[in-house]
Ligand binder design. Structure first.
Ligand SMILES: Cc1cc2nc3c(=O)[nH]c(=O)nc-3n(C[C@H](O)[C@H](O)[C@H](O)COP(=O)(O)OP(=O)(O)OC[C@H]3O[C@@H](n4cnc5c(N)ncnc54)[C@H](O)[C@@H]3O)c2cc1C
Length: 430
């Protein structure tokens, strides 16, 4: 006969376990069900992507220019504004930001980046600035619907891409005037030179490598901060990319993000051989990787949906091409990979928002997977459309061109694998 006390304990343990999956007010602790706010924002951004962004995509890709009128439309409905970004960020689950990005980039990635490129500068100010600096500079990154402005985040240089420790742009403090003097050249800056506010990663002590970096805000129209060559690109062509030159560019002492006291403390720790808490550029990239992954997902989903519809229409050999297993299985795999990538993106976004450390480089995993899925899915979409897929009459070739940057910027796929392998092994893999 069973021992009744053991049976009671087991029943209690089961009950406790069941209860542990519900929160204080009976809310489930784990759910993939989006709440009403998230659904509303998804629908709102999707509506804009479908009604305004998609119809403009081909034109701005061909023109290879910043689509100011579309950004202005986004500002008019409040989508391009610090309030919207604040609202997306405020979601405690962390999911609203990737959801909004996926929808917008589903519309078009070039225009999507023209609208969202500013958020990289915002993320740097938000992540490293004091509350006063956030209040002063973040709104100036957006302007308003009548006078739209942009922000730019400038870390990369001609000789410092993957290896940010190679940054040569210098920032020297002029104590007599309480000013910083910046000199150097930044490369491939999204919105570089056309932004109202530039955030510049510069070295205050070259000997310390990336631990000697700091982030600075360049206020609008500061002399000595000029656009260099504009880059002609394979994809994302509606988004402006250019060099930025800093030539004895003087900015007030207050433009050092986080303030001088904090920087001096950090540098002192590093010089004593202690670990610095963070590196200026890395901190921004870590926080933004799941969001960038979500953008890649938007492109992948758009190409998948287009290819699915096409395969259900197009007939060869007297049947719809989707009736061939090879096409249908490709589409099944495309859907599978997109959904798997989204789970990684949502996990990283959730972890980031909860303040969980990325012990296994979950942020990098999300961006790596989503970027590679986007390249693969868009290439398959071209294949499914055949000759049409290869022409500019159909959007999947543009989506494929747009997708490729997602294995390159914000850390190449190789660098993401490096970050992940170091995290899981605890070794300094080279
Ligand atoms: C459209 C566009 C927009 C951009 N926007 C911005 C922006 O707003 N702000 C900004 O700061 N930067 C921006 N960038 C720059 C981007 O982040 C860099 O291009 C990227 O980090 C790669 O650097 P790189 O081009 O110098 O390549 P490199 O670092 O020269 O890499 C070349 C190749 O070598 C590989 N490689 C390098 N090191 C290693 C290693 N240790 N192990 C294995 N493989 C390695 C890389 O993976 C890559 O395949 C943008 C770039 C583009 C094209």
């Amino acid at each position: 006969m069973a021992d009744s006390s053991v049976a009671d304990v087991d029943a209690q343990a089961l009950l406790d376990e069941a209860n542990s999956t519900t929160g204080n007010e009976g809310e489930p602790k784990f759910t993939l069900e989006l709440n009403q706010d998230q659904k509303d924002i998804r629908e709102w951004v999707h509506g804009f992507a479908e009604g305004v962004v998609r119809p403009a995509a081909e034109e701005w890709d061909e023109r290879e220019e910043t689509p100011w009128p579309v950004i202005q439309e986004a500002a008019k409905i409040g989508l391009y504004s610090f309030e919207a970004v604040g609202q997306f960020w405020a979601d405690e689950t962390g999911l609203t930001l990737p959801i909004a990005n996926e929808e917008l980039f589903w519309g078009d990635a070039g225009i999507g980046m023209a609208i969202m490129g500013t958020t990289l500068a915002v993320a740097a100010i938000f992540g490293q600035g004091t509350p006063e600096q956030m209040g002063e500079w973040i709104p100036q990154c957006f302007g308003d619907a009548d006078d739209v402005k942009l922000g730019a985040f400038c870390a990369s240089e001609p000789d410092a891409g993957s290896d940010v420790s190679g940054i040569r742009t210098s920032a020297k403090y002029d104590e007599t005037k309480d000013e910083w003097v910046l000199n150097g050249q930044k490369a491939w800056a999204t919105n570089g030179g056309i932004a109202n506010v530039h955030v510049i990663i510069a070295s205050v002590d070259r000997e310390l490598g990336s631990r000697g970096h700091a982030a600075f805000v360049i206020p609008p129209n500061t002399p000595g901060c000029e656009q260099g060559a504009k880059v002609k690109k394979h994809g994302l062509r509606a988004s402006h990319t250019a060099d930025v030159h800093l030539d004895d560019c003087r900015i007030p002492g207050s433009c050092l993000l986080g303030g001088k006291e904090k920087l001096d403390e950090r540098l002192a720790r590093v010089r004593e051989g202690k670990k610095a808490k963070s590196q200026a550029a890395m901190q921004t990239f870590e926080a933004s990787r799941p969001t960038v992954g979500a953008q890649a997902l938007g492109i992948a989903r758009a190409a998948y949906e287009y290819a699915l519809d096409y395969a259900k229409e197009r007939e060869q050999f007297g049947r719809k091409i989707v009736e061939n297993q090879s096409i249908a299985f490709d589409l099944a795999n495309m859907k599978l990979e997109i959904d798997a990538a989204r789970l990684l993106v949502w996990r990283a976004a959730w972890m980031g928002r909860q303040g969980h450390k990325f012990e296994n480089a979950e942020g990098s995993m999300s961006k790596l997977k989503a970027g590679e899925v986007a390249v693969w899915v868009t290439e398959r979409a071209i294949q499914i459309l055949g000759g049409n897929g290869y022409t500019r009459e159909f959007p999947v070739e543009r989506m494929h061109r747009d997708s490729k940057i997602y294995t390159i910027f914000e850390g190449t796929s190789e660098i993401q694998r490096l970050v992940i392998s170091r995290a899981i092994s605890g070794l300094h893999i080279k």
